[in-house]
Design a protein around this ligand. Structure first.
Ligand code: DC
Length: 215
């Protein structure tokens, strides 16, 4: 029987990662954070002393991407920084980088690990490009100010000098790059359900997401 696929897309700090993880736990499906793949490509380029806008360096890193690296603690921690996020949005705009990691994402959806009966992938283009035939599609969003404030609250615990204004500027820069790139831009699929989490608690957002998936 074909495995179920749920696509969860949306901008940075919309809550899509938290919701996708919780949905995966609820249904006992496998979960893939596809943003981590682009972050890993960007971090590999940076760790090699190269520039994320160096196309050939980024494409090489994408072709040689080793998924096992994502669970190495130091590497996993470095993936989450703002610097890596911004660099990820640069490498993600390169069509050959996207092409290099497309098959691995589709494979995850079609054959989820550990014999799971379904997979949840979160990202920017899951419903439009990676898994256009997904059984359910959600597009999670929130106002830019709300998203920046969520991110700032997380990050300020590590760097007390960080200002909300600078986080908002980063969020807006990433939104612009992810939305305006030519290849697989961030876009709500026509058949995706829209969920705005701006005024919802995590519990309320999860209940709403579950209702959309079950509906
Ligand atoms: O979701 P995130 O912040 O970890 O994503 C990091 C970057 O990767 C983001 O700027 C956009 C890009 N990305 C993408 O282009 N396509 C995806 N499916 C996932 C992420």
């Amino acid at each position: 029987m074909a495995k179920k696929i749920i696509a969860v897309d949306g901008p940075a700090a919309s809550g899509k990662g938290t919701l996708a993880r919780r949905l995966a736990a609820h249904f006992d499906y496998a979960y893939l954070d596809t943003g981590a793949l682009y972050r890993a490509v960007a971090l590999t380029v940076i760790n090699n002393g190269q520039d994320p806008s160096d196309t050939s360096a980024a494409v090489t890193a994408a072709r040689e991407l080793d998924m096992a690296q994502l669970t190495v603690p130091d590497f996993a921690r470095a993936l989450r920084t703002t610097q890596t996020g911004l660099a990820a949005s640069i490498v993600a705009a390169e069509p050959d980088v996207r092409a290099a990691i497309l098959a691995a994402q589709r494979q995850f959806g079609q054959t989820p690990p550990d014999g799971k009966q379904g997979a949840i992938l979160d990202g920017r283009d899951i419903g439009t490009v990676v898994c256009p035939n997904a059984d359910k599609k959600l597009f999670i969003t929130a106002r830019a100010h709300v998203r920046a404030e969520r991110r700032w609250k997380e990050l300020v615990t590590q760097d007390a000098r960080l200002t909300l204004a600078s986080v908002l500027a980063d969020v807006e820069a990433r939104d612009a790059r992810d939305t305006n790139r030519a290849t697989a831009p961030m876009k709500q699929a026509e058949d995706a359900h829209l969920l705005d989490t701006s005024d919802l608690s995590i519990e309320e957002a999860f209940a709403a997401a579950l209702a959309l998936v079950d509906g």
